[in-house]
Ligand binder design. Structure first.
Ligand SMILES: Nc1ncnc2c1ncn2[C@@H]1O[C@H](COP(=O)(O)OP(=O)(O)OP(=O)(O)O)[C@@H](O)[C@H]1O
Length: 263
């Protein structure tokens, strides 16, 4: 479904993405892991046609991304790290705004909004203001905004950052449902290794613009030949970093932003 070959992105002298190659199968949940500055966001930005690559190939559903930007955009849903739901509107109204922007006819608009609310377990909260939602509900609503147009691929940048464990589980359960019921292919960046381990069929660990390891979590863990090895151990082994070295500041920043928004 997604094929990336020898992809490079330079910003001046800085090589943000350095000759990476990977592919994602239809219906798969694929995790892109890596410390801050590894090149994950830059990779995603190229895939969603926001910035052009310096060199290399990207194909989505067999189409060259650079040559078919408009078609590719319709195939994709994107959930960025920043908050996109309006807290002064209800969940239903937030979806309605997006549906109107997409130009859905009225009847289809209603049908699809309720379908999405149901899928994301938000039906009962449809007419409550988003400011009364929990963090997990807001995130699920944002996923709803991104899938209204029935994309075949959903790309999410740190979908569970700043959420408590229960909310994180609710978000992943929603994503699992989308994969199973709507056959949506998922590309997710995350700092949470145990989530990638539990919910992604395959992961790629990026470091300094390169892919340091790629494969099924179980196979990557087994490659360490250490009983009880975790994905975090794999991460440390291939990058020489612990997540704390960069992840903590960023998480604090994200948590603060969220706290400001909901506080
Ligand atoms: N527009 C830009 N101009 C110059 N350098 C950039 C630009 N965008 C990204 N970079 C650099 O490219 C490298 C990769 O950044 P990128 O944001 O892709 O990393 P990341 O893995 O997504 O990290 P994070 O998790 O912090 O977002 C970093 O060193 C970053 O400073």
């Amino acid at each position: 479904m997604i094929e990336v070959e020898d992809l490079v992105k330079r910003f001046g002298d800085k090589v943000a993405v350095d000759h990476i190659t990977f592919s994602i199968q239809e219906g798969e949940a694929f995790g892109l892991l890596g410390p801050n500055g590894a090149g994950k966001t830059t990779t995603i930005r190229m895939l969603i046609t926001l910035i052009p690559p310096t060199s290399g190939q990207m194909r989505i559903a067999g189409l060259d991304v650079q040559r078919h930007k408009m078609v590719i955009r319709r195939l994709l849903g994107y959930v960025s790290q920043s908050l996109s739901a309006d807290s002064t509107l209800t969940g239903y109204e937030n979806l309605l705004v997006v549906a109107k922007l997409l130009g859905f006819p009225r009847q289809e608009r209603e049908r699809r909004i309720w379908e999405v609310l149901e899928l994301l377990n938000l039906r009962d909260a449809a007419h409550s203001l988003v400011r009364t939602y929990s963090g997990g509900m807001v995130r699920r609503l944002e996923i709803g905004q991104a899938i209204l147009h029935r994309p075949r691929i959903l790309i999410l940048d740190e979908p569970t950052i700043g959420l408590d464990p229960t909310a994180r589980r609710s978000v992943w359960e929603a994503l699992e449902l989308l994969r199973n019921q709507e056959q949506i292919t998922l590309l997710v960046t995350t700092h949470y290794m145990e989530e990638a381990d539990a919910y992604c069929q395959r992961v790629a660990i990026m470091d300094q613009g390169r892919i340091a390891a790629i494969g099924e979590p179980a196979a990557l863990k087994a490659s360490l030949n250490r009983p009880g090895a975790t994905l975090e151990d794999v991460f440390t082994s291939v990058t020489g970093n612990t997540l704390e070295s960069g992840g903590s500041y960023r998480e604090v920043r994200q948590l603060r932003r969220r706290a400001q928004r909901f506080g």
